[in-house]
Design a protein around this ligand. Sequence first.
Ligand SMILES: *Cc1c(COP(=O)(O)O)cnc(C)c1O
Length: 395
Amino acid sequence: MAYDPSKRGRATSSVHGGELRQQEANAITTPIYQTSTFWFQNSQEVMDYQEGKTDREEYGRYGNPTWRAVERKLSELEAGEESVLFASGMCAATTTFLALLPTGSHLIVTNDCYRRTRQFIDEFLGRMGVEVSIIEPSNLAAFEAALRDDTVLFFTESPTNPYLRVTDVPAFVEVAHARGVKVVMDSTFATPVNQRTLEEGADLVIHSATKYLAGHNDLLAGTVTGSSEIVEPIRKALGVLGGIIDSHCAWLLLRGLKTLSLRMERHNRNGDALARFLESHPKVRRVWYPGLESHPDHEIAKRAMLGFGGVVTFEIDTDLAGAIRFIDATRIPYQAPSLGGVESLIELPVTMSFWDYTPEQRQSWGITDSLVRLACGVEAQEDLIADIDQALSHV
Ligand SMILES: *Cc1c(COP(=O)(O)O)cnc(C)c1O
């Protein structure tokens, strides 16, 4: 059987994708190019570069060979033409919106999108005269009703936070494309290992690489991947707005990505095991996990996802004080925002991400006092179950 690099598996792409086989000094790994600028031997080289005759770097805000390796790896993993890195997931989202939305255009988003993204849309895009319609996740009829002649983008996350709602991407893409609307998916919770978002027809995939892509709770970064036609204007906007990743951080992301496929196998197994354990626990009212038959989007998830990730959301049969007794009694997960790293993290959305909202707002989003989000790391499944079980006895 011949080895075909263009059809290699996700695990091989995680390790080898984007890496130059021949490195300086025959090293195996890509170096950290710690330089702010790149010099030219003479004026002819400058002019050749300006005319696009040579492929090289110019100034650190426009590119660096360490990031290029990450961008190539990610493009291979997502099956996209081109990728760009950013200083954070938020920077990836905001730069994308600024690059793709003309003044006075119309945008459709879902009501459970990342709250800082929602804040950017309200506070900043409004100033540019961009109008926004907000729909329920996965509601195709609401999406069709919200479409206007000046709609430019549909933006959603899948799975969403914290209820892990899963979008039927091909169905939304068909309706959107018929009206000339581009579909942008925040696939942070899915990763290219668990969902083939671009192959399902989405135009652009955004990640907070801070989460699973980097995977070690040790850096912040963002990425976008899509066709060169859609990515190039975003890259140009990044060169102006300046939210670039630094080369050491890009190198850590490159290192993290090498084990993405391996880590996701364990995150998926731990998520599934914890979801099933919690669903059968008498002190747990309800569990949201796309791999569970009881999840509202289980059928879509089964079709679209190759694994369901490490995040499990559940509601304990108690009040805020009981939920606090539970979370303070856990010993393995750290109580912290974020997800996707090797260390398990746990939070009460009511005290963490949603504290500065009114009880009415929280209620409208379904954020109850005893809701818990557990982001399983890669620890041993039995240890996580034993720890959550003992903590539940404190409720
Ligand atoms: C964390 C997160 C973001 C923001 O990314 P940062 O890297 O923290 O800026 C955006 N979208 C989703 C779904 C996230 O989980």
